[in-house]
Design a protein around this ligand. Structure first.
Ligand code: NAD
Length: 339
């Protein structure tokens, strides 16, 4: 008699299949700039994988997408090792979950700092992460996030973005400085760019994130130069000698050095204020300079950040609240990727 797979083999097969579907979606999205499913569908798939792993922890593979930052560097670009690792963010999909996260993280932070936590609350810009490496104030390299350790060298392309300074203003720059930010295309520029592309008889970009990624990750910097890319800073990596106590202070310093800092960021004290911020920008999300897919909440104090630390994929001192998907955009992408 031929025996079928045992229960555990069957579970393993289901697990491998689910993990592979997440990996394939990531490759299409990060490496090929050609998503095959909508972000909402991807988020649901990723959540399914996390829930599966929570039920069957013995199956969790070291290289599971839940354990890694999801964006391998494409071989089309020279690899760049980040000096300090880049991470993703923990996603939160409901206000109840966010409330619980704020209570838990606030309590852990209070135990470390001995005082109430201040929350740096930012818009989650729908673009792609960039690492700008400055030596003594001069921009020497720019790289995408990649898998968090190794990104893609896009220095020539970034040099065409006018709002990114090649020489920092002022004085006393650290010998080495990694500035992290989000490259994006503003909503107005995205509309105009897609109209131009359609006039040229080409397929339009599915969304501003896709347009930004496709425009930055070009072999020919002249193409990037013709695309309206912008950036806002959202963090730093290595920064020896930059003696500041909080991320909000770093933003002030980076702004003084001429880097573009988001005008929407706010330092908040209570979960009520954070919920108000979420409600406000949920209502006004299409009146902003750029598209957003959520809100990022960060513990402001650096000492607390470093004591809370990181998982293999995300910081424990920050989280991203994601707004519910918008029918129109999700449907549009599903239509675009199916043609
Ligand atoms: P993420 O996009 O959920 O969050 C991490 C990133 O947010 C950071 O790396 C940074 O680039 C960005 N960010 C924007 N504003 C920020 C701010 N103010 N502060 C800090 N970071 C900020 O995580 P991810 O791992 O890059 O990607 C996962 C998401 O990408 C999914 O939720 C999905 O939306 C999308 N995705 C889609 C597909 C698909 O097939 N459609 C595949 C993979 C990923």
């Amino acid at each position: 008699k031929v025996e079928g797979p045992s229960v555990s083999e069957e579970l393993k097969e289901r697990y491998d299949d689910l993990a592979d579907r997440v990996r394939n979606a990531r490759t299409e999205y990060y490496v090929n700039d050609a998503p095959t499913i909508s972000d909402a569908a991807y988020d649901a798939l990723f959540k399914e994988l996390e829930e599966f792993e929570a039920l069957h922890p013995e199956l969790v593979a070291n290289d599971s997408p839940t354990q890694e930052v999801g964006g391998e560097a494409s071989a089309a670009f020279a690899p760049v090792q980040h000096i300090s690792r880049m991470y993703s963010l923990e996603d939160i999909f409901s206000l109840e979950e966010l409330e619980a996260w704020l209570a838990k993280t606030g309590e852990n932070a209070r135990r470390i700092a001995g005082e109430k936590t201040r929350w740096l609350t930012e818009l989650k810009i729908d673009g792609l992460a960039i690492n700008l490496y400055y030596r003594n104030g001069k921009l020497v390299r720019a790289a995408t996030r990649g898998d968090g350790y190794t990104g893609e060298d896009v220095t020539h392309n970034v040099l065409t973005i006018k709002t990114i300074p090649t020489q920092l203003a002022g004085e006393n720059h650290p010998e080495e400085l990694e500035v992290r930010g989000e490259i994006f295309i503003s909503s107005a520029d995205f509309k105009a760019l897609n109209e131009r592309i359609v006039e040229e008889g080409k397929a339009p970009f599915a969304n501003p994130r896709n347009a930004a990624a496709g425009s930055l990750r070009q072999k020919d910097a002249a193409v990037t130069a013709s695309r309206p890319l912008s950036m806002f800073v959202h963090g730093i990596g290595i920064h020896p000698g930059l003696d500041l106590a909080a991320q909000s202070e770093v933003y002030d310093q980076l702004e003084a050095w001429g880097l573009p800092v988001s005008p929407y960021t706010k330092l908040l004290d209570t979960s009520e204020e954070i919920f108000e911020f979420i409600a406000h920008f949920g209502e006004h999300r299409h009146d902003l300079v750029h598209e957003i897919d959520g809100i990022v909440i960060k513990v402001d104090d650096f000492r607390t950040q470093s004591q809370l630390g990181y998982t293999s994929r995300v910081p424990r001192w920050a989280a991203a609240y994601k707004y519910p998907p918008e029918e129109v955009n999700t449907k549009l992408l599903d239509i675009l990727v199916s043609v």
